[in-house]
Ligand binder design. Structure first.
Ligand SMILES: [Zn+2]
Length: 391
């Protein structure tokens, strides 16, 4: 997409997102432009003994700014590697580690629902950051006072890595601290409910962070707040759906073929639009009726296909001219969650349910949302006679 691979560590691809290329020079600039203040703080706080005159002349602030920024992002990669290697040890594969606008992301193909595993994976990153802070401090203390630049970089990295650990441990789900919170909440209640609670707290934190960013005119903090809010909402929704649809298959919630309105490929677009209007459906499977073979599925036609034909030509064109013939299908035995993910991934509103080449039903986003409403309002539901416990 917008990212490219720069290498790999322990078999995990490391990628840079294009937005990261904006952040690196920005950080280098920010560190470089505040070098005298920061060095002063290091001298006061860590008795660094940095010769400020030696590092604030010429290109020195920018060179040190860039070095510290690169060092910080190496720290971010190692932080993500801490999460990733711990997850791998529990058997969860990691697709990649990406550096982007707001730091690092380790992309999991699957999340652990076991609270102990999640807790361990979540704290592994901040632990790495603290260790990097301690390591930077150790290097800082052994570097001779004559090397003011190196003392500046390692002193600064010691503080930045510890700050990174503390910031990530804020209980703002889906940040690390929020994941720790969810793990602790999931000890004695269902995973989905724990996620809902952690996400609500995460969103609250995001709002506070956003307001704080707004008042202090800190664009990065506003961005992080926005990101946390969106990510908390979408992860909570995904987890809720997954929990609600556990044990529910496509055939449980699809519209079966007997109740399905179909359209003939020879019908005109005018007729199709009239039917959409009266039946209030926006998509129809196109089925051909043959005397010998019976019904045969040939395509799918939607309102947007029909709209492509200008009103004056709607008597002249037929369904066959505008329908989609490359059909996204799913089997009735698939999990309902698989159907949802397939619709989201392909950005389509409905899937045809096909078994052994025969159309057996249609599943639409509306079907999914209706089923979700029913499941959520009634608690545990026994679709197709399978009783569920409230886990
Ligand atoms: Zn982390």
């Amino acid at each position: 997409m917008r990212s490219f691979r720069i290498g790999s560590l322990f078999g995990i691809p490391i990628k840079l997102d294009l937005t990261f290329l904006l952040v690196l020079p920005l950080f280098a600039y920010l560190i470089g432009s505040q070098i005298e203040e920061v060095a002063g703080l290091l001298n006061d706080g860590l008795t660094a003994g940095i010769d400020i005159g030696a590092i604030s002349g010429g290109l020195m602030p920018w060179i040190l700014g860039l070095t510290a920024a690169v060092g910080l992002f190496i720290g971010v990669i190692l932080h993500e590697l801490g999460h990733s290697l711990t997850a791998q040890r529990f058997g969860f594969p990691i697709d990649s580690i990406t550096l982007w606008l707001f730091g690092g992301i380790a992309a999991f193909s699957e999340m652990p629902e076991n609270w102990r595993q999640e807790l361990t994976i979540a704290v592994a990153g901040p632990i790495v950051s603290v260790l990097l802070g301690v390591g930077s401090y150790a290097l800082f203390s052994v570097i001779p006072a004559s090397l003011s630049g190196a003392r500046f970089v390692f002193g600064y990295l010691a503080i930045l890595n510890v700050a990174l650990a503390i910031f990530n441990m804020l209980p703002a789900f889906p940040m690390d601290g929020g994941r720790v919170l969810r793990a602790l909440l999931a000890r004695n209640q269902p995973y989905a409910r724990a996620t809902q609670q952690a996400a609500s707290i995460g969103k609250l934190f995001a709002i506070v962070m956003g307001l704080f960013g707004l008042f202090s005119l800190n664009i990065i903090l506003i961005g992080v707040a926005f990101f946390v809010f969106i990510a908390a909402s979408s992860e909570a929704q995904q987890v809720t759906m997954k929990a609600a649809f556990q044990d529910i298959t496509v055939s449980d919630i699809m519209t079966p073929v007997s109740e399905l309105h179909t359209v003939d490929p020879k019908a005109t677009i005018a007729e199709l639009i009239q039917r959409m209007f009266t039946e209030r459906h926006t998509g129809y499977p196109v089925v051909e009726n043959e005397a010998v073979e019976g019904e045969r599925l040939v395509g799918l036609v939607t309102l947007s296909d029909a709209r492509e034909v200008a009103p004056v030509e709607r008597e002249a064109y037929t369904v066959e001219d505008v329908m989609t013939t490359e059909l996204e299908t799913i089997t009735p035995k698939s999990d309902a969650m698989t159907a949802i993910e397939r619709m989201q991934k392909n950005d389509i509103g409905r899937l045809l349910v096909v078994e052994d080449g025969d159309l057996v039903g249609l599943i639409s986003r509306t079907d999914v949302m209706t089923a979700l409403d029913i499941v959520q309002q009634s608690g545990a539901v026994a679709f197709s006679g399978r009783p569920r416990t409230a886990d």
